[in-house]
Design a protein around this ligand. Structure first.
Ligand SMILES: [Zn+2]
Ligand SMILES: [Zn+2]
Length: 415
């Protein structure tokens, strides 16, 4: 059997697997014989081009059953990260063909992977996306450039009302056109149009920035970003991050022990580039109550924290169960490789999303808490994906800080 024939057979099997009559027919045509017992199928047999492998991996086949497929040795995310610029272009072209054929879901999955994992710009694809009214997720419009931004501004102004997804797409362009349009629209909103101000804020928060009361753009996260490794890349004890350590302090609501979600040791050169407002940063929460309400802590310059007395207890807070919040403590190390700030922006791409700095991987809508004292939007510091530390735990804790008020906050989301 030559290579091509082997490949054809593998494809036919993969395609028809799970649909017995059609499988038998296909197998007869291919001369393979009957497929009476479930067999493992290798859809990647004979493939060596990463673009072909990714297309096969992400293809939707009607009777495909992943349970019986030989998995490819590299993950989808790893394959994307290894694409050369030429291969990225071919992947983009494939996505645009899928879009033309009406398979928007696959097209968007590919395009988002290209933006997050390869740092690609989709400027050349955006006119076609706009033609098809595809504005979500907004990250597709990251680095879209001025021409696209002007187009979106005109569109929004002509339509006379904001449309959430379009507004967020404009915010994602991050262009001066976007910032000045947001500034202008906010100034034009009358006192009775609080909803307009909220809509503008929601859209710009989705893209990770805001317009301050002085009319300036302020980013709500830091571009420096480090993943967390289990092993130490280099012998740098300053790169240690302690996670999920039980504290002696007690939560006044449920009487459980508070948890130090993360403890950043001072002195790491990498944290210097994160421009944290305090040198030592410990962010604490209650693993039970923190899942129901944003929790604030006051911190000292030495990294000690205490419960912020203004935390507001929800009326319907369920009682703490026996095993609630039981997660084993962990030690990780800041990775030597600085991560692209947007690499984990989409939490579904199959990479470890626990990280210090960078753009938050919102599982639900973006939610930056406001500091209860100065009312300013708190800046994102780090996120901890509990599932990465305990297979029984789920959900993500996002942590924030307000440097001027020496306060931290945690927000919890789960899918
Ligand atoms: Zn509690
Ligand atoms: Zn504050």
């Amino acid at each position: 059997m030559d290579e091509q024939e082997r490949l054809d057979r593998a494809r036919i099997r993969a395609y028809y697997f799970g649909d017995k009559p059609n499988a038998d027919k296909a197998m007869r045509i291919a001369g393979v014989g009957h497929l009476s017992d479930p067999v493992e199928v290798d859809p990647y047999a004979g493939l060596s081009d990463p673009v072909d492998i990714l297309i096969t991996m992400m293809g939707r086949m009607p009777y495909r059953s992943a349970a019986h497929e030989v998995p490819y040795p590299l993950s989808r995310a790893d394959l994307f990260k290894r694409l050369t610029p030429g291969a990225q272009t071919r992947m983009k072209q494939h996505a645009m063909r899928q879009l033309e054929q009406g398979d928007d879901a696959v097209a968007i999955e590919i395009l988002v992977s290209l933006v997050c994992l390869c740092g690609a710009s989709l400027a050349d694809c955006l006119p076609a996306l706009m033609q098809k009214d595809v504005y979500f997720p907004g990250i597709l419009y990251r680095n879209a450039g001025s021409a696209v931004a002007r187009c979106l501004v005109d569109d929004i102004e002509l339509s006379g009302g904001y449309q959430g997804a379009k507004l967020a797409a404009l915010a994602w362009t991050g262009t001066e056109e976007a910032v000045s349009a947001f500034r202008r629209w906010r100034a034009e909103a009358s006192e009775n149009e609080v909803w307009r101000v909220i809509e503008l804020k929601t859209a710009s928060h989705a893209a990770g920035w805001e317009i301050t009361s002085e009319g300036e753009r302020r980013d709500l996260f830091d571009m420096a970003c480090f993943g967390l490794n289990e092993g130490m890349d280099a012998a740098k004890e300053n790169d240690v991050v302690k996670l999920l350590a039980e504290s002696d302090a007690v939560c006044p609501w449920c009487s459980g022990k508070l948890m130090t979600l993360l403890d950043l040791i001072p002195g790491s050169e990498k944290l210097g580039s994160l421009a944290l407002e305090t040198n030592r940063l410990r962010v604490a929460t209650c693993m039970h109550c923190g899942c129901y309400e944003d929790l604030y802590m006051d911190i000292s310059s030495t990294g000690d924290y205490c419960w912020y007395p203004g935390n507001r207890k929800p009326d319907d807070l369920p009682p703490r169960g026996d095993g609630d919040g039981a997660v084993a403590p962990a030690t990780r190390f800041l990775s030597d490789r600085r991560r692209d700030a947007y690499e984990a922006a989409d939490w579904t791409l199959g990479i470890s999303v626990s990280q210090i700095g960078g753009f938050p991987s919102w599982v639900q809508d973006a939610r930056y808490p406001a500091c209860p004292t100065c009312r300013g939007t708190m800046k994102f510091v780090a996120q901890v994906d509990l599932g990465e530390f305990d297979r029984l735990a789920q959900g993500m804790f996002y942590t924030f800080s307000c440097g001027s008020c020496c306060r931290t906050a945690t927000v919890y989301q789960q899918s």
